[in-house]
Write a protein that binds this ligand. Structure first.
Ligand code: NAD
Length: 506
């Protein structure tokens, strides 16, 4: 869906983006130390604004506010219908500001504005969805034990929870965690990614406008090693939900062990898209191109490995090259742009180093062209590694850019073997018109989520998450309740059941 926004609105919204402060206990503050860092525009590499650099002392304040709001405030004990009014109000405020949020997200991240628009709409839906889910599905079970007991479960919120998010689709990923955490009655300290702080600041403004009680939602901007680590270590934080790189996730699990915190891990991926010779060729091509080049290739579920049947490989490669030649690369603020600049110079250099490596490993590298009039910006053109072998580093490691490997296979078992011969297991895509084969391959591929004859369409009801190095646990749908609530069982004796007699001997 193309975004119809006027150039006037874009220039108004981006003219003077305010400096970003922390949001603690219902108020916006600078960091206690006074420290701040520059936030850079990926298209121009110029400064957008300054962002307050929260550290351990700010995390301490935010957690204290979240704890007080949980223990003394009305949030945890509020009537569900009342709490859901707030959750729905957050969605309404997002909708009121949708164009502005989409524009600022594109400005801050380099994601094309036509794509941030859809993600912003999804963000509002994350809140509405969890308001409905909590009303309908957050219930316990009753267990009858003969006629002696009735046991039943209830689900209690955990208390203050820490949410740590990445830069690649910040607003959507933040709301994806904040919505179930708040809807189930927890209070929140969010530590957003330092490379994309603008939309987390907007979320704080949205929640402030929605009128949530002070301390229920707090945001501490800052670096992972300081603010993030302090949140993980804080003894009053009951759980950490993390989305980011696999290596960061593993460090967070180690650090959370000291205070025995519950953690949820949504990590990296190297997802295969398998195209059999009987597949609907054009649709598979559409899905493969969109799945790796949308969101600038900075997408955890991107199909960065395409396994294509030998008999159609040449036709597929030819058609893919043609698509690559026509992908519109440019200013993320231009609604017709399909591929924008990557988040930062350093990440751009990392992606380029893999492109160099692909040549060294023996791939033919085919790329689109960045228009010559683009002078600054962290651009990597759409790139494909032809004649790749699954054992190459470029097929094993997450590159997280608009870069795709093409791997040929002949037999179904070969495709499954290659799909699974990687440390990750987040998503997978299977294209075939053979119903039995579709199910068979989908069941054999090691991934948390598989789509047959489809691109990455998200149904908010399904469990979201990965296996192997792609994550631990599932969020989404009612699965989020397992993480954000504590089930408690209450045993009720219905009669005088037998109690062993101790200490009654002569
Ligand atoms: P990252 O791991 O570098 O950072 C993520 C967040 O963790 C940031 O807020 C960062 O400040 C914080 N952090 C860093 N070190 C920390 C520490 N020691 N303690 C606490 N917090 C710390 O990831 P990124 O580069 O921002 O994001 C890209 C990665 O995210 C990719 O690997 C991508 O696949 C993954 N991702 C996964 C999913 C999913 O759902 N599985 C979704 C989106 C992105």
């Amino acid at each position: 869906m193309a975004l119809k926004v006027s150039e006037k609105l874009i220039s108004e919204v981006t003219a003077n983006v305010e400096d970003i402060q922390l949001y603690i206990n219902g108020e916006f503050f600078p960091a206690e130390s006074g420290a701040a860092f520059d936030n850079i525009n990926p298209y121009t590499n110029e400064k957008i604004n300054r962002t307050a650099e929260g550290r351990a002392e700010d995390i301490k304040k935010a957690v204290a506010a979240a704890k007080a709001a949980f223990e003394n405030g009305p949030w945890g004990s509020m009537k569900i219908s009342e709490r859901m009014k707030y959750i729905n109000r957050i969605a309404d405020v997002i909708d009121e500001e949708i164009e502005k949020i989409a524009i600022l997200e594109a400005y801050d991240t380099g994601l094309p504005v036509s794509q941030t628009r859809n993600m912003t709409a999804r963000s509002a839906e994350n809140f509405r969805f969890y308001a409905r889910m909590v009303e309908a599905r957050l219930h316990g079970d009753a267990y009858q034990s003969d006629s002696e007991f009735l046991n039943y479960t209830i689900h209690k919120p955990l208390g203050p929870v820490g949410l740590i998010t990445p830069w690649n689709a910040p607003f959507m990923l933040e709301t994806w965690k904040v919505a179930p955490a708040l809807a189930t009655g927890n209070t929140v300290v969010l530590k957003p990614a330092e490379l994309s702080p603008v939309s987390a600041n907007i979320l704080a403004q949205v929640i402030d406008k929605a009128g949530l009680p002070d301390g229920v939602f707090n945001v501490v901007h800052g670096y992972g090693e300081t603010a993030g680590a302090a949140l993980v270590a804080h003894p009053d934080v009951k759980a950490i939900s993390f989305t980011g790189e696999t290596s960061t996730g593993s460090l967070i699990i180690k650090n959370a062990a000291d205070s025995l915190k519950k953690t949820s891990m949504e990590l990296g991926g190297k997802s295969p898209l398998i195209i059999f010779d009987d597949a609907d060729f054009e649709r598979a091509l559409d899905a493969a191109v969109w799945g790796i080049f949308s969101f600038n290739g900075e997408r955890c579920t991107a199909n960065s490995r395409v396994l294509v049947h030998k008999s159609i490989k040449d036709a597929f490669t030819k058609a893919l090259k043609k698509r690559i030649d026509h992908i519109k690369i440019g200013d993320p603020m231009d609604p017709s742009t399909e591929l924008g600049p990557l988040i930062e110079k350093e990440h751009c250099n990392k992606v380029n180093s893999y492109i160099e490596l692909a040549g060294e490993e023996g791939c033919e590298v085919y790329q689109g062209k960045v228009p010559e009039d683009i002078k600054a910006g962290n651009f990597v053109p759409p790139t494909v590694f032809l004649n790749a072998d699954n054992s190459m580093r470029v097929c094993q490691e997450e590159i997280f850019g608009p870069v795709l490997s093409i791997i040929e296979f002949e037999k179904e078992e070969e495709a499954i073997q290659a799909a699974n011969d990687v440390k990750y297991g987040l998503a997978g895509y299977v294209w075939t018109n053979d119903l039995k084969r579709g199910h068979r391959v989908a069941q054999a591929v090691e991934a948390g989520m598989i789509w047959i004859n489809s691109q990455n369409v998200r149904d908010l009801k399904i469990p979201f998450g990965g296996m192997k190095a792609s994550g631990i646990g599932r969020e989404g749908g009612h699965y989020a309740f397992d993480f954000y609530t504590e089930p408690k069982v209450i045993h009720v004796a219905l009669g005088n059941h037998h109690i062993p007699q101790f200490g009654k001997g002569e």
